[in-house]
Design a protein. Structure first.
Length: 230
């Protein structure tokens, strides 16, 4: 890993992480873990999350909030706000979502292809979310509920990660497996945002992903040295 490393978290309110106290936000936890594991490296971790952003709104600020920082690593997490029945103008259908993912990838290429780690949107507890946001569950019945609808976008981010050789941090799957009958362990009563425990899980998973990327990069560097020395 370089002696300096700039990491940008790019996404919506899950990335912004406004609910936990200072020091408990997952990007802050990740920063502390990285500094402890790699004392020889200086990390700059930038939070470019904006609450409520759809993929369209996020990509409108890509140049200022991602490209301008010249990141070495980008943690990409968006797609959870693409369905806004109470604000139809904000809705992003699947075809448009794919377009924004392609725009993001093109931006990565222009930046020299920094490491990208794709994060899926966390589970949504439909009944909790409906109560917190004061809407009727019937509004989303045709899609099987909000969580089922957002799963379509999660699936698309998984395809995007595989197709472009990016690491995938499948937060949705991880949290469901860790607490299959106790969503409140990781999800706040609003049905979508993360508890302190949820933020800790996300930070740990992100650290493991960054660490793996470092190991791969180091091995590639050693292989290149062996090739040159042969």
């Amino acid at each position: 890993m370089n002696k300096t490393c700039t990491i940008v978290g790019f996404g919506d309110s899950i990335t912004l992480c406004s609910r936990p106290a200072e020091g408990r936000k997952w990007l802050q936890l990740l920063n502390a873990q990285l500094e402890g594991a790699y004392p020889e490296c200086r990390f700059t971790v930038i939070n470019s999350g904006v609450g409520g952003n759809s993929a369209r709104e996020a990509m409108e600020r890509f140049d200022a909030d991602v490209a301008a920082h010249r990141p070495d690593i980008v943690l990409l997490q968006f797609g959870g706000n693409n369905l806004k029945r109470l604000d139809p103008g904000q809705m992003v259908d699947l075809d448009e979502f794919r377009t924004h993912l392609k725009r993001f990838q093109a931006g990565m290429v222009k930046l020299g292809e920094p490491t990208v780690i794709v994060i899926t949107f966390p589970p949504i507890v439909d009944s909790w979310h409906a109560k917190a946001m004061n809407y009727s569950l019937e509004m989303y019945e045709k899609w099987g509920g909000v969580d089922a609808f957002i799963e379509v976008y999660r699936a698309e981010t998984r395809v995007f990660a595989r197709s472009n050789g990016h690491s995938l941090l499948d937060l949705s799957v991880e949290l469901r497996q860790r607490a299959p009958s106790d969503p409140g362990r990781f999800i706040l009563p609003d049905g979508v945002h993360l508890t302190d425990a949820g933020n800790r899980v996300l930070a740990d998973l992100a650290f493991a992903a960054v660490h793996t990327e470092k190991m791969v990069a180091d091995e590639a560097g050693r292989a290149e040295e062996r090739r040159i020395g042969a």
